[in-house]
Design a protein. Structure first.
Length: 519
């Protein structure tokens, strides 16, 4: 496995060479049904554009300001980044051995052993796919909200009588965005690959431009002492413990550094996937760490009044980072047009993030249904003439829209739904790693990329971190605790676990046997 030597398979015209990823897929028992067109750069681009520091940092900047401020940004980013890279390294090692679109749930099946394979595969797969749908819901809804803010500022701002869209208009924006993402993801993979690379370039250039332009334009800039030492303990959530505030501030960083499993899900469309899949995972996380820190620093130097930024009385209605952009240009030039343009740069980055997220969703749904794990599986794993899992694409779009509908009834319910995006996905990341360092410790067969004797140690640290953040982000974020202030994350994740296990006990265990080979 993974020797890199050319292998062949018979065809109507004789023999055609197989790359190492294609050859390994055949060894695992699967036909090549998707178009293996992606390069290592394209594979990296999908994960990088889903991580999208412009998306995560921008949409959760309020959270970072509220829980710790600059110190939480600057130092919390490196803590979350370091442990996330450890998780990524463990996943990359497993991906090198099992380069399939099923990714995480397939890994769990192979690493848990014959006795536990069906259940391990089942629970990992469902947490992965639901977590991915929640990510798409969260990303595209964030874009809909940002579009609302752009329209508000373009029409005069809150204090100037600007247009404030209702929650029904926002959900309509969300539906329109998802519709566009569904259409784009129905295109051939060659075109989608080009858009994925464009998304990665846009994210890099966007970070570079904003981290330089915003502090340069701002007439009032924060000092280095403020950016590197100021710790905001004044929040309206009744929390005063500095260590606790700092830990809650990690949410922004950890939410941002999510979604890099896309490189694993795209391996059946990636050349030499047993090498390039791991490269895509590691490089996406590594470059995001550097770009994210630069973006955080650049924006933080333009912050002078945290409490005004978080106030609903400002022009953006409390959307902190949009207020930073808008006021920086308004104070210097007398109008905030330049700030609105900067928000458009961010909006396009978020659009690309959602686009790539739907791509990853559809490949996971395709692979999971290929093994019969989903209702109507025979439909979701079909591919069209362009070798695109077209029904899985539109299934992902539809479910993400349905998830966002909870925002019409209750903000609390919607936030609980979206919380699955971080915790649910990381649980799915940790399960195959856990099986690799326990049940499969002695039997694990390394691929071309491996951590050698450090693989088990790195794996245990990765599992520890996921357990830690799962507990941390389930703790109360406001006191006193009421129905409105309760953190519903453990409720949402607990309900998902109950549903998945119940479905298994009632039905799944009778017919699901884990991944099914089709050669």
């Amino acid at each position: 496995m993974g020797s890199g030597k050319s292998k062949t398979v018979s065809s109507d015209v004789g023999y055609v060479p197989l790359d190492s990823g294609h050859a390994r897929l055949r060894q695992l028992g699967y036909k090549q049904e998707l178009n293996r067109h992606l390069s290592v750069i394209s594979n990296f681009a999908f994960s990088f554009s889903i991580i999208s520091v412009l998306t995560g940092v921008t949409t959760l900047y309020n959270t970072g300001l509220n829980y710790g401020g600059p110190v939480s940004f600057v130092y919390g980013w490196f803590i979350a980044s370091g442990f996330t890279m450890i998780v990524a390294l463990s996943m990359a090692e497993i991906c090198s051995s099992y380069p399939t679109s099923g990714g995480l749930y397939y890994w769990s099946a192979k690493l848990a052993g014959p006795r536990w394979a069906p259940f391990a595969s089942w629970i990992t797969g469902w947490f992965n796919i639901v977590g991915q749908w929640a990510v798409t819901t969260s990303v595209d809804y964030s874009l809909a909200q940002l579009i609302q803010v752009i329209i508000l500022l373009s029409t005069g701002g809150k204090n100037g009588g600007g247009y404030e869209a209702s929650k029904y208009v926002v959900i309509a924006f969300h539906g329109g965005i998802l519709l566009l993402h569904g259409i784009i993801n129905s295109l051939p993979i060659s075109l989608l690959s080009f858009l994925g690379q464009l998304a990665a370039i846009w994210n890099v250039l966007g970070v570079f431009v904003l981290m330089i332009v915003i502090p340069s334009v701002a007439t009032e800039r924060a000092s280095a002492k403020f950016v590197f030492t100021y710790f905001n303990t004044e929040n309206e959530d009744g929390i005063s413990s500095r260590p606790y505030i700092f830990l809650l501030g990690l949410l922004m960083s950890q939410y941002t550094l999510t979604g890099f499993d896309a490189s694993a899900h795209m391996t059946e469309e990636t050349r030499d996937a047993d090498r390039n899949g791991p490269k895509g995972i590691i490089s996406a996380v590594g470059i995001s760490i550097i770009a994210g820190w630069g973006y955080i620093l650049g924006i933080s130097f333009a912050v002078t009044d945290i409490h005004y930024l978080l106030s609903e009385d400002n022009d953006t209605g409390g959307y902190a980072i949009a207020e930073v952009f808008y006021q920086a240009f308004k104070k210097r030039y007398g109008h905030g047009t330049g700030g609105i343009f900067c928000l458009v740069i961010v909006a396009l980055a978020i659009f690309f993030c959602g686009m790539s997220s739907v791509t990853s969703n559809s490949r996971m749904a395709y692979a999971f249904s290929r093994d019969g794990a989903m209702p109507l599986s025979s439909l979701w794993h079909q591919v069209n003439n362009q070798e695109v899992p077209i029904y899985a694409v539109w299934l992902s779009v539809f479910i993400s829209f349905c998830m966002a509908l909870t925002s019409l009834g209750s903000v609390v319910a919607f936030e609980a739904m979206v919380s699955i995006a971080t915790i649910g996905l990381y649980i799915a990341y940790a399960l195959p790693i856990f099986f690799r360092v326990t049940l499969a410790q002695k039997d694990f067969v390394h691929g071309p990329f491996n951590l050698g004797r450090y693989g088990v140690i790195v794996g245990w640290v990765a599992v520890f971190w996921v357990v830690f953040i799962s507990i941390l982000f389930s703790l109360p974020v406001s006191y006193p605790i009421t129905i409105e202030t309760l953190n519903y994350t453990p409720v949402a994740v607990g309900c998902l676990l109950i549903l998945v296990v119940s479905y298994w006990l009632i039905s799944g265990r009778r017919w699901f046997r884990g991944p099914i080979t089709n050669i």
